[in-house]
Design a protein around this ligand. Structure first.
Ligand SMILES: Cc1cc2nc3c(=O)[nH]c(=O)nc-3n(C[C@H](O)[C@H](O)[C@H](O)COP(=O)(O)OP(=O)(O)OC[C@H]3O[C@@H](n4cnc5c(N)ncnc54)[C@H](O)[C@@H]3O)c2cc1C
Length: 285
């Protein structure tokens, strides 16, 4: 496929200008980050591309609320950034190394990764577990939890995602991410991200998210509930992983069966929670 209907490639220098072009372009207008999805899938109806690269949105900076990442920061920029590398023992960088290939990560942006809402996305489940917030610009700025972006993607229509914020993790918090794909370059058959906060030996905050089920990453509330108030013992981890296996809503597709995905969920929840326990123990030394 090719962008056969493409008439204009715009490079606005302000968000207002970008938004005006998006609205004036109607159904055929798309904003473009790295363009790896847009070029690969080349939707035939696209008439206008609005390149965000001149908007100074490629920053990564710390503030009192957390780590603020501009929408056009590339996945490679994140991997190479020292603060991102240190965030919760490197869980973000560990996940990003499993996304696509180094060359594609040089182009792909964090905004494009979140906006494209691919069901097999590795970024989305981890960022949901980390309780990321996104800022949308529709003439005004709106900061919303990432989880609010996804029940429908209509929150994004006519807006531009400008920033993602990863909150400062409270002490006693650890996170982990695991995924399985057929090859290092293939998309995940299933992925899983967990975040746990422990107070006085007991779990006081738990988020467990599974993606590629084959639908978009979504929380597993029954599994999180089973861990709340508990100690991270082998028995509890085993029980929570079983609850995750029973409660996750998996489907068959050409990549894997629903049953296999359930088993992967069990394995990854168990692996994530064991890793979190190890990381928390390591942090106490
Ligand atoms: C071959 C291949 C393999 C991949 N493998 C993986 C993988 O293993 N794991 C994984 O998680 N991902 C994977 N991906 C997905 C990839 O990481 C993301 O698609 C990519 O990062 C998108 O970024 P981009 O900037 O290139 O998006 P673009 O192609 O520029 O845009 C994608 C979509 O998002 C919209 N968009 C972009 N930026 C914004 C914004 N700021 N505001 C509003 N809308 C916006 C565009 O209009 C478009 O609809 C793969 C992609 C490809 C092509």
């Amino acid at each position: 496929m090719a962008l056969t209907q493409l008439k204009q490639y715009l490079r606005p220098t302000s968000l207002e200008e970008a938004l005006t072009s998006l609205r004036e372009g109607g159904k055929g207008a798309r904003v473009i980050g790295g363009g790896i999805e847009l070029v690969l899938f080349s939707p035939p109806d696209v008439t206008t591309l609005i390149d965000l690269s001149e908007l100074s949105l490629s920053y990564i900076k710390e503030n009192e609320a957390g780590l603020a990442i501009g929408a056009t920061a590339t996945l490679t920029q994140l991997i190479e950034h020292q603060t991102v590398a240190q965030y919760l023992d490197g869980v973000i960088v560990g996940m990003l190394h499993q996304v696509a290939s180094p060359l594609l990560r040089n182009l792909g942006t964090i905004g494009g990764s979140l906006a494209s809402a691919n069901p097999w996305s590795d970024v989305i489940p981890l960022f949901l577990a980390l309780d990321a917030k996104v800022t949308l610009f529709d003439g005004n700025y709106h900061s919303i939890p990432l989880s609010d972006l996804y029940p429908t993607r209509s929150r994004l229509s006519g807006s531009i995602l400008t920033e993602v914020l990863l909150p400062v993790p409270a002490s006693g918090t650890a996170a982990s991410f695991h995924q399985f794909s057929r090859t290092g370059f293939d998309v995940a058959l299933l992925n899983c991200a967990c975040l746990v906060k422990v107070d006085a030996g007991r779990c006081s905050l738990v988020r467990i998210v599974a993606g590629g089920t084959p639908r978009l990453g979504a929380a597993l509330p029954a599994a999180a509930e089973a861990l709340m108030g508990m100690e991270l013992t082998d028995e509890t981890i085993e029980r929570v992983a079983r609850v995750a296996r029973e409660s996750v809503d998996t489907r068959d597709d050409r990549r894997a069966s629903a049953r296999y995905r359930k088993q992967l969920t069990y394995v990854f929840v168990r692996r994530c929670l064991q890793e979190i326990r190890d990381r928390l123990a390591e942090g106490k030394k």
